[in-house]
Design a protein around this ligand. Structure first.
Ligand SMILES: Nc1ncnc2c1ncn2[C@@H]1O[C@H](COP(=O)(O)OP(=O)(O)O)[C@@H](O)[C@H]1O
Ligand SMILES: [Mg+2]
Length: 233
């Protein structure tokens, strides 16, 4: 299976990256590094010459550029990356729905698809959370599956980011539909007594992945693993 490197060397060496034309889910609590990982994947995609789109529903493109600068990256240099800012659009929709009392702003995952430019090869959706507010579990599953179906039809490789709270709210149901799922967290290391960042590869279909938690750090240059990976394949 063809793969796109995530941009985290230790993981790419291990299983080659994210499967092409499929959707992988990235969940985690606030500040765990979901956006950093999203940008790192976008950077990796650009380096591999892919037309990459970063859909942002929570941050402005200016803030994302600042984050990139802090990480030492100039993502737009090669002209392969487009930031699509949905924050303003979402705010307008909310205003509208408050004014006319409709539900246009709620659960409109399909509406996201309109914002994906033609020819997109790699897509990062950061994040789906705001679109899932006030949606029933039934609607969430339906709309999420519809989104995945549309992306697959367009042969887009996608990383969908969802905050841990929203994911849990729907019993982590999104994890069942996707091809791959990665969870970021903080944990207390029982050996060192220190708090550390850890990543779990919850699933990656047709791929051998480590079952244990992988410690990582965020520094200039992005996310890198700090634990040795042991695999009993
Ligand atoms: N250049 C950097 N050096 C070190 N740590 C960084 C850097 N940039 C971001 N971080 C860390 O990443 C965290 C933010 O991660 P972010 O991806 O925005 O989280 P999430 O999207 O999961 O809420 C910051 O709180 C900070 O701890
Ligand atoms: Mg974020």
């Amino acid at each position: 299976m063809e793969r796109i490197k995530i941009g985290i060397k230790e993981l790419d060496d291990l299983f080659g990256g994210i499967p092409v034309g499929r959707t992988t889910l990235l969940t985690g609590e606030a500040g765990c590094g979901k956006t950093v990982l999203g940008l790192q994947f976008a950077r990796s995609g650009c380096e591999q010459g892919l037309k990459t789109v970063y859909l942002s529903s929570e941050e402005t493109a200016a803030d994302l550029r600042l984050q990139c600068t802090a990480l030492g990256w100039d993502l737009e240099k090669k002209g392969l990356l487009t930031f699509v800012e949905l924050l303003g659009k979402r705010t307008k929709q909310i205003e509208l729905s408050v004014r006319i009392g409709s539900d246009v702003a709620k659960g409109n995952f399909a509406g996201l698809i309109e914002h994906i430019p033609d020819g997109t090869q790699l897509l990062i959706i950061d994040s789906l959370g705001p679109y899932a507010a006030d949606v029933t579990a039934y609607d969430f599953k339906d709309q999420f599956d519809l989104l995945l179906y549309n992306l697959a039809e367009r042969q887009i490789t996608c990383l969908v980011i969802l905050d841990a709270a929203t994911s849990k709210h729907f019993d982590d149901m999104a994890m069942y539909s996707v091809y791959g799922a990665i969870r970021l967290m903080r944990r207390d290391n029982p050996f060192t007594g220190r708090r550390e960042r850890a990543m779990e590869i919850v699933k990656m279909r047709s791929t051998a992945t480590p079952v244990e938690l992988l410690s990582y750090k965020i520094s200039k240059g992005g996310i890198s693993l700090t634990s040795q990976i042991e695999m009993d394949v």
